[in-house]
Ligand binder design. Structure first.
Ligand SMILES: *[C@@H]1O[C@H](CO)[C@@H](O)[C@H](O)[C@H]1NC(C)=O
Ligand SMILES: *[C@@H]1O[C@H](CO)[C@@H](O)[C@H](O)[C@H]1NC(C)=O
Ligand SMILES: *[C@@H]1O[C@H](CO)[C@@H](O)[C@H](O)[C@H]1NC(C)=O
Ligand SMILES: *[C@@H]1O[C@H](CO)[C@@H](O)[C@H](O)[C@H]1NC(C)=O
Ligand SMILES: *[C@@H]1O[C@H](CO)[C@@H](O)[C@H](O)[C@H]1NC(C)=O
Ligand SMILES: *[C@@H]1O[C@H](CO)[C@@H](O)[C@H](O)[C@H]1NC(C)=O
Ligand SMILES: *[C@@H]1O[C@H](CO)[C@@H](O)[C@H](O)[C@H]1NC(C)=O
Ligand SMILES: *[C@@H]1O[C@H](CO)[C@@H](O)[C@H](O)[C@H]1NC(C)=O
Ligand SMILES: *[C@@H]1O[C@H](CO)[C@@H](O)[C@H](O)[C@H]1NC(C)=O
Length: 896
């Protein structure tokens, strides 16, 4: 046979083979046999000479990118990573996760690898799966939008998600930034990337997060299943016994074991469900679909990963072995994980989860002629397992199971009374899941061994193999491979952020106001939605003799996730205001604690027009220059962290601390004005915890609230039908709003109707287009025109004028008399009884209401002019216009 046939695609080859066989039918038996043997040899040769194509589906936790870097470092003629899809339903938030992946790939010189994230499709009531389901929600909660609950995701502590989104602050300190980034409606979706790469030929899938993306792919594209050769999964616990919180053998009798011996590892609240592991718990129904798909599966569960915890010897060896940028990045991340670990059990409870799985997988693939998964790193055993998706008794209708409840025909035609028809865990504190004796009984997400037809035969890693070199301090074979691969010089990272530029220099810009008499002190409380950044530009442009912005406090209970605080730092850096402190507020609305049920925040879409866009400032955040100030994980003993890291001085201050420091430094007799552009969580906390705050607060401008004047006059909480007359900022933390509106503060409310009367994109853009082109005016123009274009292009962006309206508060606060504001004084109160239909509602109450100034309208033309002109003023303008400008400066020799 001609060897060039080897280059043909496998299916093509098969056709050729059949064709040849047909042609040869007339010839002698012996010739046929000879040719077939020849072909078989040729085929074997092909398998060996072409790289294994791999697609990685990841939730971008720390150990996920260890796995990613390990794979990227392998010999590309053996293993080719074809694509990455992001599971947006677990440890990270999509906008932060995707940009981190882009940065890692850029560092590694692999801008060619496609990355898929999100998508706006939904699943209809009848089970129809629309194209491009984003996988932001587990399948059981997936409706026709990307907004929804967090019954499984609440297992992931939201504070930890902040650390993972920002990689503890290391991501921005270390990773270089290339040209790829998330961009609205241009970002390839997870499903598109899966379809493209799987249609292109035989491929192996690695899953190191929740299974939502791949399960949806299988349900929607059963015809492409044949191209998936194998699935390698990190997840589950089959016969595992959790080593965390165990009492040592010599322990005194007072030692109480915590999660010791459980199958699972939901350390946040394992009482209700001692069986589940995070990745599978993220979407048990999806994991069921994947494991029962008929595609060969290899599982690397806790059984095996518990036997390869990061121990002190490995940690020390790693510390000494950082010869590449990728090794440096991994080590620094691991060190941060250790230094911020919640107790002193890091070395027994932090395992090589995903990277170990990638090692086991590639080692099995290398030995693919071995049937039983022999490999260098783990012992393997076949087991028959399933994934528990609901709890016995089956066939109940207790309101916990949206696949069945309220459906005549169950969704996806699931079997009535079958394994999916029992009680589904509704949250970590679901009372059904905890028995009277305090023991947990829910098994959702348990990879359980079963007999008979309920199970699937799966190859399971049972333990990590020891290092054959017994003289080495590394006691596991994989430890050695991990350090070798990460440190070898081939396919290595090009640079980190600081070595990318020859003349890189870290600078903080602080203004010198000399002897100027500074104006009214302001604290700006924002939730980091797009409009808030425009309002922040405006506040920074007002002459400091009139308005003196003292601090920014951010509330992550609104439109953006906490890690977006870095965008605030970058904008302040651009404007030369690294002197302005930034405080981070509570991650939960009042009356909510970890594990939160996301009762209010669930109304914000995860995808387009929601978190994905806010977290990236609609794709524009990365045009801002990069500030040396950034979020850093709490890592200093001084502030109650478990231990000091390398830089205990770099700690993210809290909103209340910033407030206290501002109050302390206030000149006698002067008072602060507060502008709130988000939920009132921070302000309510100040009122509650700082009893004398009213004596230092001059007045408060609250952007938010809505009173409907007819039933056509809806609010902007459109995803909760019983509450569609409310406004988001009050709805997102109703109790906080109630506290604020019961206080003695002097409040001016800028409600939705007033905002709507001054929110014409075309007019404000026209004005901005004519103003002086300062970098900030250009940026504002760019952001607003992007919002406007998106609004006209896609229905998920219908609410964009909400953000335009948010600028109004800052302009009203500045108090330009040309605005002709019409104010009305009304006695109001805010409802916060916990009832979804009423929470956040403003009622006029002549007897008990608090008198509040409500803005009715401003002169819109004066308002647009004022905003545009102010941004065009040359004074107090940007000191560094953009990231590009920053790169130019760092690339050229300084003049001095
Ligand atoms: C990668 O594998 C190919 C084919 O097996 C081999 O020729 C090549 O030398 C390998 N490259 C490295 C850097 O090991
Ligand atoms: C679901 O969303 C699609 C657009 O993505 C829309 O066309 C359809 O009407 C919606 N269906 C329902 C039942 O809301
Ligand atoms: C980048 O790499 C250089 C050289 O290895 C190192 O000195 C520097 O600390 C690294 N930067 C960061 C942020 O770790
Ligand atoms: C238990 O033994 C270990 C060493 O085996 C020792 O380090 C530890 O202090 C002992 N703990 C107690 C409570 O005696
Ligand atoms: C496991 O499943 C296979 C078929 O998938 C079956 O042949 C085998 O008997 C099962 N083993 C056990 C112990 O149930
Ligand atoms: C307000 O109260 C705090 C203690 O809660 C105190 O330290 C501070 O001096 C008081 N400030 C004023 C202005 O009274
Ligand atoms: C506001 O909308 C609700 C719900 O449709 C309606 O009952 C109420 O009458 C409306 N308020 C006014 C003042 O029209
Ligand atoms: C808001 O604008 C509309 C349309 O321009 C106008 O009819 C209405 O009177 C305005 N409302 C107020 C309170 O000015
Ligand atoms: C808030 O929590 C407190 C104590 O946990 C409770 O008494 C109160 O009813 C809650 N308020 C609301 C509005 O849920």
């Amino acid at each position: 046979m001609d060897v060039t046939v080897c280059r043909f695609a496998a299916s093509r080859l098969l056709r050729v083979e059949i064709g040849i066989r047909k042609m040869l039918l007339q010839r002698t038996f012996w010739v046929v046999i000879a040719l077939i043997i020849g072909l078989a040899v040729a085929k074997l040769h092909i398998v060996d000479s072409r790289p294994h194509r791999i697609l990685l589906d990841t939730d971008v936790d720390t150990d996920d990118f260890f796995a990613l870097l390990y794979i990227l470092k392998l010999n590309r003629s053996e293993f080719e990573l074809e694509a990455i899809t992001i599971n947006a339903n677990a440890w990270t938030d999509a906008g932060h996760a995707v940009n981190q992946i882009y940065d890692i790939l850029y560092m590694m010189g692999r801008d060619d690898i496609p990355v898929g994230v999100g998508g706006e499709g939904g699943i209809l009531e009848d089970g129809t799966i629309l194209p491009d389901v984003g996988g932001y929600l587990p399948i059981i909660e997936q409706g026709n939008s990307t907004a929804g609950g967090c019954r499984y995701r609440q297992a992931i502590p939201i504070g930890r998600r902040l650390d993972i989104d920002s990689n503890y602050g290391l991501r921005k300190a270390f990773l270089p930034q290339g040209s790829r980034k998330y961009s609205p409606l241009r970002q390839p979706t997870a499903q598109q990337v899966l379809i493209d790469k799987i249609s292109a030929g035989p491929i192996t899938i690695f899953i190191t997060g929740g299974h939502t993306n791949f399960a949806i792919f299988l349900l929607k594209n059963p015809h492409l299943k044949k191209n998936v050769k194998h699935i390698y999964i990190m997840g589950g616990g089959v016969r595992s016994r959790n080593p965390t919180g165990c009492c040592p053998r010599n322990a005194s009798s007072s030692c109480e074991p915590i999660q010791c011996g459980d199958r699972g590892n939901l350390f946040t609240d394992f009482i209700s469900n001692p069986y589940a592991e995070f990745n599978i718990f993220g979407d048990p129904f999806a994991a069921y679909q994947v494991i029962h798909s008929g595609i060969p599966v290899t599982l690397v569960p806790l059984d095996a990963t518990n036997t390869i915890p990061i121990n002190e010897d490995f940690f020390k060896a790693f510390e000494k072995s950082q010869h590449t940028y990728e090794a440096q990045y991994c080590f620094q991340s691991l060190k941060m994980a250790r230094d911020t670990w919640f107790d002193d059990q890091f070395y027994t409870s932090y395992s090589m989860w995903d990277s170990f799985t990638s090692g086991v997988a590639v080692s099995i693939m290398r030995n693919s002629h071995n049937k039983n998964g022999e490999n260098e790193f783990a012992e393997m055993e076949y087991m028959n397992i399933t994934v528990v998706t609901s709890n016995e008794p089956y066939g109940v209708h207790d309101g916990s199971n949206p696949f069945f409840d309220g459906h005549k025909v169950p969704k996806f035609n699931l079997e009535k009374g079958g394994v999916h028809s029992g009680h589904v865990q509704t949250g970590l504190r679901d009372p059904f899941c905890t028995m009277q004796n305090g023991k947990g009984r829910c098994q959702d997400g348990y990879t359980k061994e079963v007999k008979g037809s309920q199970g699937v035969r799966v190859l399971v890693a049972t333990r990590a193999k020891p290092n054959p070199d017994t003289s080495s301090e590394l006691d596991r074979a994989y430890f050695k491979s991990f350090l070798d691969v990460l440190n070898h010089p081939q396919q290595t990272g090009k640079f980190n952020f600081t070595t990318q530029f020859r003349y890189y220099k870290e600078v903080l810009y602080k203004p010198d106001f000399g002897s100027k008499k500074l104006g009214k002190p302001i604290v700006f409380d924002m939730d980091m939605s797009a409009g808030d950044f425009l309002a922040l530009y405006y506040l920074l442009k007002l002459p400091v003799e009139v308005i003196n912005l003292k601090a920014v406090i951010v509330s992550p209970t609104g439109w953006a996730n906490a890690a977006t605080i870095d965008v605030v730092y970058d904008l302040l850096h651009m404007m030369g205001r690294d002197d302005i402190p930034v405080g981070l507020g509570d991650i939960f609305a009042l009356n909510q604690t970890d594990p939160g049920d996301c009762k209010y925040i669930k109304v914000i879409p995860q995808g387009s027009g929601g978190f994905l866009d806010s977290d990236t400032l609609y794709g524009l955040a990365r045009h801002l220059p990069r500030s040396p100030r950034r979020y850093t994980a709490e890592n200093s003993l001084k502030f109650g962290a478990p231990r000091n890291t390398d830089h205990p001085e770099l700690r993210q201050p809290l909103a209340l601390e910033i407030w206290d420091s501002i109050v302390k430094k206030l000149e006698p007799g002067s008072k602060i004005s507060i502008l709130t552009n988000g939920p009132l969580t921070n302000l309510a906390k100040i009122i509650r915890l700082r009893k004398n705050s009213s004596s230092v607060i001059q007045d408060v401008y609250v952007v938010g609230g809505h009173i409907n004047h007819s039933n056509l006059d809806k609010g902007n909480v459109l995803t909760v039908h019983s509450n569609e007359y409310r406004e988001m900022n009050l709805y997102l933390d109703p109790l906080a709003a109630k506290i604020v509106f019961e206080s003695s503060l002097d409040i001016t409310l800028i409600p939705l109707n007033a905002q709507r009367n001054a929110s014409s994109f075309s007019k404000i853009l026209q004005r901005l287009g004519r103003t002086n082109k300062t970098p900030e005016a250009l940026f504002a123009y760019r952001l607003l025109s992007r919002l406007y274009r998106l609004q006209q292009t896609h229905h998920r962006y219908h609410h964009m004028d909400t953000f335009l309206g948010e600028i109004l508060g800052a302009v009203v606060l500045a108090g330009d008399s040309f605005l002709n504001p019409i104010l009305q004084i009304k006695p109001i109160k805010v409802l916060a009884d916990g009832a979804e239909s009423k929470d956040g509602q403003i009622v006029v109450d002549e007897k008990q209401g608090k008198l509040v100034k409500m803005l009715q309208a401003v002169d819109p033309v004066a308002y647009y002019d004022n905003f545009a002109n102010q941004l065009g003023v040359n004074k107090q303008s940007a000191v560094i216009g953009s990231f590009d400008e920053q790169r130019r400066i760092w690339s050229a020799q300084p003049n001095s």
